[in-house]
Write a protein that binds this ligand. Structure first.
Ligand SMILES: [Zn+2]
Length: 388
């Protein structure tokens, strides 16, 4: 396997990126602080058949939202025992998705992707002339981001340097995937905990390069266009300025980032993290913003663990962490931000998406956003840091 080592412009000066191929042709990229250690060219020795996943996206004529249909995913790995984890490094004679015997941050193409295929070889135009049954190939890319080789860690356990390396990986992938033909939006996210439906315990996130703009993003862009028409200003800039001026829902504020519970939070504990300067996506952040983000983000995750984790049983809080980035087409008003929420209402109660939420997309939240913000301020780390 030939490995290609590059230092990526715009990332931390000391981040090295090594690209390689797995046995079935999928791409694997190692991200290392400083020079890449030996072994990044380790070959994938597994007898894998060439990957040929396929899926399609169908347009829901009732809502205008695209739905991805990927039936092949039913065979994917489901809750493997720890000694068969496909995200641990390959060592002691056991072969995994990552051929190296150790790694810092590794990104690879998902073996069971919801979206796959090069739009250059697939028609991107709808394949049906019938407006009620519009389909397109589910082109795009799904990647897995392994945050650490330590199987039992979680993101909140990382130090700031490792969190920064993950940020560099997210930024690199956003730049590269956005440039692929047919990709409309790059979505970096982490699902944490079996309560969310996570099927692999190893600390990891995912990146989807989507061939359409997601419904929530599309609605935000519509709202931003209305706000622009009414005020001449950007919705996200006004929102961040208003929350910072008011302060009641602010959870944590640094020099370049502010986290707050949104005024109309959908989830009992939901935090939105914005850079003070509006940028469309992670590639737009400057070095000062990049340097501050790891500390702010780790502090938010640790507060979630303090409120909703179970330290005695080493069970961290379940959460979804979602980076909202502007689509590559018509995304000009959308501001990069992170939406972080837990599915817990209290330390031992889950919020289920039931009749109103799943049936009607109408959220019913039984925790006042102002109370949620106060609780999240009360569990701040008390030594050092940026918290107010
Ligand atoms: Zn593992």
């Amino acid at each position: 396997m030939a490995a290609t080592v590059t230092t990526t412009a715009g990332l931390a000066g000391s981040t090295t990126r090594t690209a390689a191929r797995l046995a079935d042709g999928r791409e694997l990229i190692y991200f290392d602080r400083g020079e890449a250690p030996a072994g990044r060219d380790a070959a994938d020795l597994r007898p894998l058949d060439a990957a040929a996943p396929s899926s399609e996206v169908r347009l829901d004529p009732l809502t205008g939202a695209w739905v991805t249909v990927a039936a092949h995913r039913q065979v994917r790995t489901y809750h493997p025992p720890a000694d068969q984890c496909p995200l641990c490094p390959s060592r002691d004679g056991r072969l995994s998705e990552i051929p190296a015997a150790d790694y810092q941050v590794a990104v690879f193409e998902n073996r069971f992707p919801s979206l796959a295929g090069n739009p250059a070889t697939h028609p991107v135009q709808p394949t049906s002339g019938d407006p009620l049954h519009t389909t397109r190939p589910g082109t795009g890319r799904c990647e897995v981001v392994c945050f650490t080789a330590d199987h039992s860690a979680s993101f909140a356990d990382l130090d700031e340097d490792r969190a920064r390396l993950v940020l560099d990986a997210w930024t690199d992938r956003t730049a590269e995937l956005s440039a692929l033909e047919g990709v409309r939006q790059v979505y970096c996210f982490e699902n944490r905990g079996p309560e969310i439906g996570v099927t692999l315990a190893h600390p990891h996130g995912q990146i989807y390069a989507l061939p359409f703009t997601t419904p929530r993003t599309a609605r935000m862009i519509e709202q931003a266009a209305r706000h622009r028409a009414a005020t001449g200003r950007n919705l996200f800039e006004d929102l961040v300025a208003a929350e910072r001026a008011d302060g009641e829902r602010v959870v944590l504020a640094g020099e370049h980032w502010t986290a707050f519970v949104p005024f109309a939070a959908r989830w009992p504990y939901e935090v939105h993290l914005h850079p003070h300067r509006r940028v469309p996506d992670l590639t737009g952040l400057d070095e000062d913003e990049r340097a501050e983000l790891p500390g702010v983000y780790l502090e938010l995750l640790r507060r979630f663990d303090r409120l909703f984790g179970d330290a005695e049983r080493h069970v961290p809080a379940p959460y979804i962490s979602a980076w909202h980035q502007a689509p590559t087409v018509d995304g000009g008003e959308l501001a990069l931000h992170l939406e972080l929420f837990t599915v817990r209402r209290t330390a031992d109660k889950l919020k289920y998406l039931a009749g109103t939420e799943s049936g009607m997309e109408a959220f019913m939240n039984d925790v006042a956003p102002e109370d949620a913000a106060r609780r999240l301020r009360e569990v701040a780390t008390t030594t050092g840091g940026e918290q107010q």
